[in-house]
Design a protein. Structure first.
Ligand code: IPM
Ligand code: MG
Length: 355
């Protein structure tokens, strides 16, 4: 099995956190091949486009992609908006590489439970948001201004096959967890949601080992705060998943620790994917050794699990992170009384040494 990893470090703290993730991967196995390419603002500065063709080509030749973060205030005003790092790099990476299944686990970590805004008595949260990532209102045309700029149009389209494939991935993930899916939509209003619910209901009939229920998105937002422990897998469309995954990640109290995977079609039990931390490029602390590399390191654990069929390696990384946190090592973002401060590199070293 080849293990080529395209590394897109990107902007802000991206290069720092990606550096630590590579350190950890090298400790797991020395046979990974890393090839670096520019993305985001860094690529825009270099050649005028946030996603150069050469970067896309490198990703296509790789078995997995490791992404840091893109964007920053310097790039927020670029015109046209299609050339801004988020829209001009992230969205086309997702669609060009067919990364339709976005897996965003959100789990409270015992050592950090005091930083959750919900704190005591609400039960533990351990859920995965399965977000459809290449369809819906993010991608459908037309998207335009009319009437001399006074009318704006965004279109939401879903096709049956797009719902089927993300739901299939959700059933697979649910089977590795607690066998429960809550499918989230807005079927009381939206036609795309009625199609979504119809398809998921049919599939639930064919997959009766998994318990499937349906929830409207506004209710889901409320239920997440009321009792997040009720959820196992949340299956939902692109924009609802964007919003709910931010909400879920905040409930863990440790946004800086959450990994994510964006996956394509599985082939022979292996799947091409892009792995990145949920947090952004944090330009305010870039280059100062303050960034928390844990989310990116945990993203490499997801990479081992999904793209390289190495569940054992993934567990080793996850246990190493847990151990280092239990021992009281903390980067600035998760610092609390009685803990020992660590820089980005010190945190990466400590986790690598645990392996
Ligand atoms: C995310 C981000 C992106 C999204 C933005 C930056 C385009 O919020 O990955 O959740 O909305 O998908
Ligand atoms: Mg988001």
């Amino acid at each position: 099995m080849t293990r080529k990893i395209a590394v897109l470090a990107g902007d802000g703290i991206g290069p720092e956190v990606v550096g630590e993730a590579i350190k950890v991967l090298n400790r797991i196995d020395t046979s990974f091949e890393f090839e670096h390419a520019l993305v985001g603002g860094a690529a825009y500065d270099d050649g005028g486009h946030p996603l150069p063709q050469s970067t896309l080509d490198l990703c296509r030749k790789a078995d997995a992609v490791l992404l840091g973060a893109v964007g920053g205030p310097k790039y927020d005003k670029i015109q046209p908006p299609e050339l801004r790092p988020e829209v001009g790099a992230l969205l086309p990476l997702r669609s060009e590489l067919n990364l339709y299944a976005n897996v965003r686990p959100a789990k409270t970590i015992d050592a950090l439970s005091s930083s959750s805004p919900l704190r005591e008595g609400r039960g533990k949260m351990d859920l995965v948001v399965m977000r459809e990532l290449t369809g819906g209102i993010y991608f459908a045309k037309p998207r335009e201004r009319r009437d001399g700029g006074d009318t704006a149009v965004d279109t939401c389209i879903y096709r049956r096959h797009e719902v089927v494939r993300i739901a299939e991935r959700a059933f697979e993930i649910a089977r590795q967890r607690r066998n429960e899916i809550v499918s989230v939509d807005k079927a009381n209003v939206l036609e795309t949601s009625r199609l979504w619910r119809e398809v998921v209901t049919e599939m639930a009939g064919q997959n009766q080992d998994v318990k499937v229920s349906h929830m409207l998105v506004d209710n889901c937002a409320m239920q997440l705060v009321r009792d997040p422990s009720q959820f196992d897998v949340i299956l939902t469309e692109n924009m609802f998943g964007d919003i709910l995954s931010d909400e879920a990640s905040m409930i863990t109290g440790s946004l800086g620790l959450l990994p994510s995977a964006s996956l394509s079609d599985p082939k022979d039990g292996q799947v091409f994917g892009l792995y990145e931390p949920v947090h952004g490029s944090a330009p305010d602390i870039a280059g100062q050794g303050k960034a928390n590399p844990i989310a990116t390191i945990l993203s490499t654990a997801m990479m081992l699990r999904y793209s390289f069929k190495d569940n054992e390696g993934a567990l080793r990384i996850e246990r190493a992170v847990e151990q280092v946190l239990n021992e009281g090592l903390r980067t600035a973002d998760i610092m609390s009384d009685g803990c020992r401060p660590a820089s980005t590199i010190e945190m990466g070293d400590a986790i690598a040494d645990c392996l």
